[in-house]
Design a protein around this ligand. Structure first.
Ligand code: S3P
Length: 171
């Protein structure tokens, strides 16, 4: 197993699931948002506000390219917008086994409603924003993913177990 990459919408559980999965498998955990923040020395809302979204997207692609050179196995939680670029979808699939974590929009809304740290959700009606972005992105997540795992109504541990079973079959 090369790497396990978790993709999906904000609030799908990528970070929470990724942390437990990496512990269980004894693999390093990498959060692309955290990496970018550390490398840039600025928080994500600041990067969006000061440099704009395209700049952030370029940083994501650049990070993905650098990750191809690191052959050590790890669990990666990818920022929610990572699979939107076609180039990123290809790079993600080349990295390892890509898992699309899904959740119903009601679940997503419940999980992110009090979080003001996500620039893509700022301004306007949160529900409408989430619905529109989820609609725009669903097919792209599916294109990037090898495996899809639903998280609604499942504990983190259960989701991790499913991923372990599925990735074992993936090889
Ligand atoms: C984004 C998702 C965020 C972060 C940035 C943009 C998106 O990551 O990369 O705010 O476009 O969906 P999480 O999915 O970890 O919240």
């Amino acid at each position: 197993m090369k790497k396990i990459i978790l993709i999906g919408f904000m609030g799908a559980g990528k970070t929470t699931v990724g942390k437990l999965l990496s512990r269980e498998k004894g693999m390093q955990f990498v959060d692309t948002d955290e990496r970018i923040v550390k490398e840039q020395g600025r928080a994500i809302p600041d990067l969006f506000a000061q440099e704009g979204e395209p700049y952030f997207r370029r940083l994501e692609t650049d990070l993905l390219k650098r990750m191809q050179e690191d052959i050590s196995p790890c669990v990666i939680s990818a920022g929610g917008g990572m699979p939107v670029r076609e180039e990123n979808r290809r790079l993600l699939r080349e990295l390892g086994c890509v898992i699309y974590l899904t959740a119903a929009k009601e679940t997503i809304l419940e999980r992110i409603k009090n979080d003001g740290s996500r620039p893509m959700l700022k301004g306007g009606d949160l529900k409408q924003k989430v619905e529109q972005l989820m609609r725009e992105r669903e097919a792209l997540y599916r294109q990037a993913a090898h495996i899809e795992v639903r998280t609604d109504g499942r504990s983190v541990r259960h989701v991790v177990q499913i991923i372990e079973q599925e990735t074992r079959r993936f090889g």
